[in-house]
Design a protein around this ligand. Structure first.
Ligand SMILES: [Zn+2]
Ligand SMILES: [Zn+2]
Length: 133
């Protein structure tokens, strides 16, 4: 008996969710076609949808910016030589002692190829390798 009640309860919850989804899909489809013909009593709903849309957009923009910033931060803390991700504020790699953010001059920034130290140009793409300091 109890199991049956629970099963029915779960199905009701699932159906209510898909009912809401179906209404939402219908609304999204129909709304642009009704532009300007919507009765004023529905205006609060439209305003709410617009508000939510604007907030969603600004949150997505903020999220993308933060993600990009985070990726840059991780990249600057990742050792080129041993790939260790170091703690924030580190200058040298805790694992191998290399200076963070530094790459050997024979590494081609253009195509990512590691060349021999005596090469002046990348053997893979021909880009000029930066002179050693
Ligand atoms: Zn390292
Ligand atoms: Zn190259």
């Amino acid at each position: 008996m109890k199991i049956k009640i629970n099963e029915i309860g779960e199905e009701i919850t699932a159906l209510e969710k898909s009912e809401i989804t179906a209404y939402a899909e219908l609304g999204k489809k129909i709304l642009p076609e009704l532009e300007g013909e919507i009765a004023s009593e529905f205006a609060p709903f439209i305003d709410r949808i617009k508000e939510i849309g604007a907030r969603l957009n600004s949150l997505k923009t903020e999220q993308a910016a933060l993600e990009a910033e985070y990726e840059r931060a991780i990249e600057s803390l990742t050792c080129f030589f041993c790939k260790t991700v170091n703690l924030e504020g580190s200058v040298f790699c805790e694992e191998c002692g290399a200076k963070l953010g530094e790459k050997p001059r024979e590494f081609c920034e253009a195509c990512g190829t590691m060349n021999r130290p005596e090469q002046k140009y990348c053997g893979e793409c021909g880009a000029k390798l930066s002179p050693s300091e």
